[in-house]
Design a protein around this ligand. Structure first.
Ligand SMILES: [Fe+2]
Ligand SMILES: [Fe+2]
Length: 337
């Protein structure tokens, strides 16, 4: 059966792995061979895009790709090989804190000289850079909080109740117009971007794909439930101050009311979420399964590692006056070099 499903177009390939996976989904070619993933750069465009495409079959899929591919055993074998390459590299490369307490404390340390992306955008970001930032982040924010939902059946008691409470907020607390993915779409409209799901996949950098893939990796594996909780904690604990800077950036550049509102909303909401995640999601999980503390720390460390790589890429491109995207946005003022 070939059930057509709506969704974004399959992306353009970035190398042999992503070429084979997308060709297979079009019904026109063999899957990558065993061993191909091991030869690929673990954070590179080709592996990250191939993995992203595999994961997206569990979310909304792609136009013209039948939903039965979600559980295609051959494709799942490929996905496992890609994940193994990615996860092994993260375990080797992400700087590890000595303990979960150290990892959590590290999240609260603001860069002394304010050198992060949100500092840059607040202080000197131009509208074209805010548009690029939103276009890239849209690959996550248009499915905001969805990757974390996979963990709910793997938690119970206090951790489950608290995780569900935070997710309820992320999904609008019962109001469709307040779903955070919808608020982000409204932000994109203010910035003159296309709000179609997956629209900017071809434009997104490997560094951004890795950030999004990490959430799906942690969410889809029960074995990695502690890492998923760590990832969620890292996002929620660092979100409030970062969102305050991004709201200022939107105000300073006159991006528009919805663009400001998305980040203003996160300043408020994530100050609360931080406490709930810290005390009840992490606290509840570790009360039940104390052996998962190193996994929670790994989730925090891997998140910081990949976010730092993305931040360095964005700032290097913007400081050089060039686009951070693989294809510059239509309607973006020319960048001076
Ligand atoms: Fe949110
Ligand atoms: Fe939140």
């Amino acid at each position: 059966m070939n059930h057509e499903c709506p969704g974004p177009a399959l992306p353009r390939a970035r190398g042999p792995l992503s070429a084979a996976v997308t060709a297979h989904l079009r019904g026109a070619g063999p899957l990558p061979r065993a061993g191909d993933a091991e030869a690929a750069h673990p954070y590179g465009d080709d592996l990250q895009l191939a993995l992203y495409v595999c994961y997206e079959l569990h979310y909304r899929g792609f136009a013209g790709v039948g939903p039965e591919h979600e559980w295609d055993p051959g494709l799942l074998r490929v996905r496992a090989a890609l994940e193994h390459r990615f996860l092994s590299a993260l375990r080797a490369d992400a700087p590890a804190h000595d303990s979960l307490d150290d990892a959590l404390a590290g999240l609260l340390v603001e860069p002394v000289h304010g050198t992060g992306v949100s500092h840059y955008l607040r202080d000197e970001g131009e509208l074209w850079q805010l548009r690029e930032y939103a276009a890239q982040r849209s690959l996550y924010h248009l499915k905001e909080a969805d990757p974390h939902a996979w963990v709910l059946p793997r938690l119970w008691g206090r951790a489950k109740a608290a995780m569900a409470a935070v997710e309820f907020d992320e999904w609008g607390a019962g109001r469709a117009e307040r779903v955070h993915a919808r608020l982000f779409a409204d932000l994109m409209t203010d910035l003159g971007l296309d709000t179609a799901y997956g629209r900017y996949l071809d434009a997104a950098s490997a560094e951004l794909l890795a950030v999004v893939n990490l959430m799906s990796l942690f969410g889809l594996h029960r074995e990695l439930r502690g890492a998923l909780v760590g990832h969620f904690a890292a996002v929620e604990i660092t979100s409030s101050p970062g969102s305050r800077r991004l709201a200022e950036a939107m105000r300073r550049t006159g991006a528009g009311p919805a663009a400001e509102f998305f980040y203003d909303e996160h300043v408020e909401a994530d100050a609360v979420h931080e406490q709930v995640v810290r005390h009840d999601v992490i606290g509840g999980l570790l009360a039940e399964e104390p052996h998962l503390a190193p996994d929670v720390a790994f989730g925090i460390d891997a998140t910081g590692f990949l976010e730092d790589r993305l931040g360095e890429k964005l700032l290097a491109d913007w400081r050089a006056g060039r686009s951070s995207l693989r294809a510059p946005l239509a309607g973006t003022a020319a960048h001076s070099r």
